[in-house]
Design a protein around this ligand. Structure first.
Ligand SMILES: [Zn+2]
Ligand SMILES: [Zn+2]
Length: 142
């Protein structure tokens, strides 16, 4: 869909026990404004990069896994609690990385917004990126 420059992305949790490495460019990058991501991260908005599953691996301490809703698993560090990834049955061959833990998040700039209908009203967005009320590609009916 979208091509990003750079072929290796690394990062780690706050305490450094869990590390990861992606060996390909992400398929896409996006902000997510949904309430589940907001609660899982404690942040008003999250940013993701979607990597092919076979191009992404954890290193160091294996992360804890939490099924946050049917078909959805969120991984986080069991020591410091840093949220790291999202895996959904709807994207069986992808890992969605929370780019805030990346070593170079500046290389993973979001290219669109999803679930803006769930966004917090006081968060002002000043970019001109495409905005989707639900998931990517869903028509804006507002
Ligand atoms: Zn940690
Ligand atoms: Zn979300």
């Amino acid at each position: 869909m979208m091509h990003m420059s750079g072929t290796e992305h690394t990062g780690h949790c706050l305490c450094g026990a869990v590390r990861y490495r992606a060996t390909a460019a992400p398929r896409w990058t996006s902000y997510c404004h949904c309430a589940d991501c907001r609660r899982a991260t404690g942040a008003p908005v999250t940013a993701y990069a979607g990597f092919a599953r076979d191009a992404f691996r954890f290193e160091g301490l294996p992360p804890a896994r939490f099924q946050s809703s049917p078909g959805v698993v969120r991984c986080f560090c069991s020591i410091c609690g840093t949220p790291l990834t999202y895996e959904g049955e709807r994207w069986p061959d992808e890992i969605h990385l929370l780019v805030g833990s990346a070593d170079r998040p500046e290389d993973l700039a979001p290219q669109l917004h999803v679930y803006t209908r769930d966004g917090i009203p006081w968060l002002a967005i000043a970019d001109n990126l495409p905005r989707y009320p639900g998931t990517f590609g869903e028509k804006d009916v507002s």
